[in-house]
Ligand binder design. Structure first.
Ligand code: IMP
Ligand code: MG
Length: 184
């Protein structure tokens, strides 16, 4: 199998967009507190880069959740399991759920339900990438979106294929071809 990554969003373009998102978030939450909830592992790089760009006018706290929905395949799974829940209480807090990508919308729909049970004061969603054409569950719309992308499998900047490519500073589309040796 031969895997090829074709650049889609350059590193500099990602950082510029993060500046814009962080500016908007800083304005929206200025003078208040914000709990950033990161969904492991795909959203880690996005969340730490974004958090560093949010101004000191906002008092920021972090927490992490681990869930499984995808496994190592390129197909979206229907079931979302929570492998690690939050450590902090969300009761009465302004919460921003930070995701890497919204594909079918199943993960987000399930996560939002789960987080709402913890009685936050407000709950918004921030996703680096959105694939609107892949949506199966339509009841979730993120308030902050980095980039809308076509319905193609992407890797890099936190996103993986079988745990690889997370370290790329850019985002690219992944294509997999059978090469001749594999055909024998
Ligand atoms: P959803 O539940 O179908 O919206 O899937 C969301 C999750 O699937 C994301 O949090 C990612 O972990 C994973 N995912 C969806 N599309 C891609 C992709 O193009 N590349 C890598 N992971 C993806
Ligand atoms: Mg994910």
């Amino acid at each position: 199998m031969k895997e090829t990554v074709k650049p889609l969003i350059e590193a500099g373009v990602i950082q510029n967009r993060l500046n814009e998102l962080a500016e908007k978030i800083t304005k929206d939450y200025a003078g208040g507190k914000l709990t950033l909830v990161c969904v492991l592992k795909g959203a880690v790089i996005f969340m730490v880069d974004l958090a560093r760009k949010i101004g000191g006018e906002v008092e920021v706290e972090f927490d992490f959740m681990d869930i499984s929905s995808y496994g190592s395949s390129m197909e979206s799974g229907g079931v979302v399991r929570i492998d690690k829940d939050l450590d902090v209480s969300l009761e009465g807090k302004n919460v921003l759920l930070v995701e890497d990508i919204i594909d079918s919308g199943r993960t987000l729909s399930r996560l939002r339900e789960h987080l709402n049970l913890k009685k936050p004061k407000s709950l918004r969603i921030c996703t680096l990438l959105d694939k609107p054409d892949a949506r199966v569950i339509n009841d979730v719309s993120p308030e902050y979106v980095g980039f809308k992308i076509p319905d193609e499998f992407v890797v890099g900047y936190g996103l993986d294929y079988a745990e690889r490519y997370r370290n790329l500073s850019y985002i690219g589309t992944l294509s997999i071809e059978n090469d001749e040796e594999d055909m024998n």
